[in-house]
Design a protein around this ligand. Structure first.
Ligand code: ATP
Length: 355
């Protein structure tokens, strides 16, 4: 097993920079998700790794060796696309063993390998079926089995779940994660779905407009986002603009203490970040780290309730466990308390309207 490393990689399409210069490291045996909004460059990055797109600059190193000169076929990476791209005229087993036939592997070995792979993706009884007879989730598993047929060193998947409905998607995310862990294959998955990335990945690479915004474990990305973009792309985030002080931050007239000030100097413009589930709502004013506000919306999701408040310092969302006997209504006036250990300072957000 080998690590995959991208060194000073960059991609232009004419004058347009699809991927700004970046370094990335994909640890052997781990699953990395490339996460970001549409058009941020995820697929371009994956295609460069696959050998389907040449980088404008930079190196792609597999186990320390530059593979830039190898074609996609020579790299022998397994690929699964959003559309599955299965062959409708071949049955399931022949789809799975297709690459082996092209590689000249004998029929007996091909059949045995197809059986083994179909067992792996729990489709052992479907080998003789036509592709059109399978559900979306089953077709996706065939695409995975086919990509694994040649025992690829790297497994690349581009939005593999996006054609599936929500329930099936949830199931397939778990299946993909368990399969990847069982095989221990270095895997890179492109997705724009933060929940999917959190479910399947060891590491998440968050991208925006051709730049890497942060690389980290799901926990790091969620609890310690590098900036406002990452914070609001992953789940809900309260982001309030203020100025750093020696012990925390001021938002207008209110001072908040924070546990870590990071590298900010007193007077710097900063953004205060807190997850909604960390906010406490009280009727009586807490001793500090709180804003008074009026409830503007209540979203009851059964398991939890999202309470939206307008405060003097901005809009706040608090997420509290669902409960039958407690009512919070639009128009209620409450205090939103931000526990000191859950507050983080992030770089100031670009001013509204700035490019
Ligand atoms: N062959 C190409 N020629 C010109 N521009 C391209 C080409 N391929 C991609 N782009 C542009 O590069 C940018 C990044 O595209 P890319 O497909 O990598 O984004 P993405 O993050 O995968 O988006 P999505 O989730 O919508 O697939 C987009 O603005 C796209 O229009």
């Amino acid at each position: 097993m080998s690590d995959l490393e991208l060194s000073g990689i960059r991609k232009n399409f004419g004058d347009f920079v699809a991927m700004h210069k970046a370094d990335l490291f994909f640890e052997a045996g781990k699953l990395t998700a490339l996460l970001g909004p549409s058009g941020c460059g995820k697929t371009t990055l994956l295609r460069m790794i696959a050998g389907l797109e040449a980088p404008s600059e930079g190196q792609i190193l597999l186990g320390g060796k530059d593979i830039a000169s190898l074609s996609a076929e020579q790299r022998k990476f397994g690929m699964v696309f959003q559309s599955f791209a299965l062959f409708p005229h071949l049955n399931v087993a022949r789809n799975v063993s297709y690459s082996l036939r092209i590689a000249g592997v004998d029929a007996l070995t091909r059949r045995a390998r197809a059986r083994e792979l179909l067992e792996l993706v729990q489709l052992a009884d479907k080998g003789n079926n036509r592709i059109g007879e399978l559900s979306g989730g089953q077709q996706q598993r065939v695409a995975i089995a086919r990509a694994l047929a040649q025992e690829p060193v790297i497994f690349l998947l581009d939005e593999p779940m996006s054609a599936l409905d929500a329930q099936l998607r949830n199931d397939m995310q778990m299946e993909l994660r368990l399969l990847q862990q069982r095989l221990g294959i270095t895997t890179i998955v492109v997705t724009h779905d933060q929940r999917e990335a959190m479910t399947i990945a060891d590491k998440i690479v968050v991208m925006s407009q051709g730049r890497i915004e942060q690389v980290g474990t799901p926990q790091e990305i969620y609890h310690k986002p590098a900036n406002g973009f990452v914070a609001s792309f992953i789940g809900n985030a309260n982001l309030l603009d203020g100025r750093a002080t020696n012990s925390g931050v001021t938002l207008g007239d209110t001072h908040f203490a924070v546990a870590e000030r990071g590298g900010f100097a007193s007077g710097d413009r900063v953004t205060l970040f807190c997850r909604p589930e960390a906010v406490r709502l009280t009727e009586v004013a807490p001793s500090g780290n709180a804003l008074k506000g009026m409830v503007t919306f209540v979203r009851d999701e059964g398991i939890a309730r999202e309470i939206h408040l307008d405060t003097g310092a901005g809009h706040i969302i608090a997420e509290i466990p669902g409960s039958f006997n407690e009512t919070i209504r639009i128009g209620d006036r409450l205090h939103a308390e931000f526990p000191v250990e859950t507050l983080h300072l992030l770089p100031a957000r670009p001013a509204a309207g700035a490019a």
